[in-house]
Design a protein. Sequence first.
Length: 188
Amino acid sequence: MYLDELIEFNQEFSKEKKYIQYQTDKFPDKRIVIFSCMDTRLVELLPNALNIKNGDAKIVKNAGAIIKNPFGSIMRSLLVAVYALKADEILVIGHHDCGMKGFSGKQLIEKAMQRGVQKETINTLEYAGIDVEQWLEGFESVEDSVEHSVGVIRNHPLLPKDTPVHGLVIDPNTGKLDIVTKGYEKIN
Ligand SMILES: [Zn+2]
């Protein structure tokens, strides 16, 4: 249980005014929005490897930097970043050794059932047209997955056509970035 420990630290943080070094406003100074994976190794490495400080960029994350639904919360966040928060470019950053590579939706369902979720519940969702297994499924190739996420964003009917959307893969050990696809050539 971590809550008490976190709150205790937080009270000290606040009392000693350690927040002052982080103060900024809500608009990104670098005018970019990054969509990446929630991997713990990227928490500090990703911004530091890109020289991104507090206030520089919007960062949206989920498991694997995967967009399953063009009208889900990830795409909504990206659109809000572009239209309301002055982000001009979008970077999708997957990473090597991602937990979602080869991740099995079927195995997750099995684990959920071991933890008390009933088979009937899964069946009910399936009957309602929700492909639970596919919804939970990861990817086979991080580059392909990044390309797919980039494709969903670039082709989104609500994204301004002049918004460059880039795809990259980061090494979670060294922070080295490789470009999968550059957005500048694709805009019109
Ligand atoms: Zn990951």
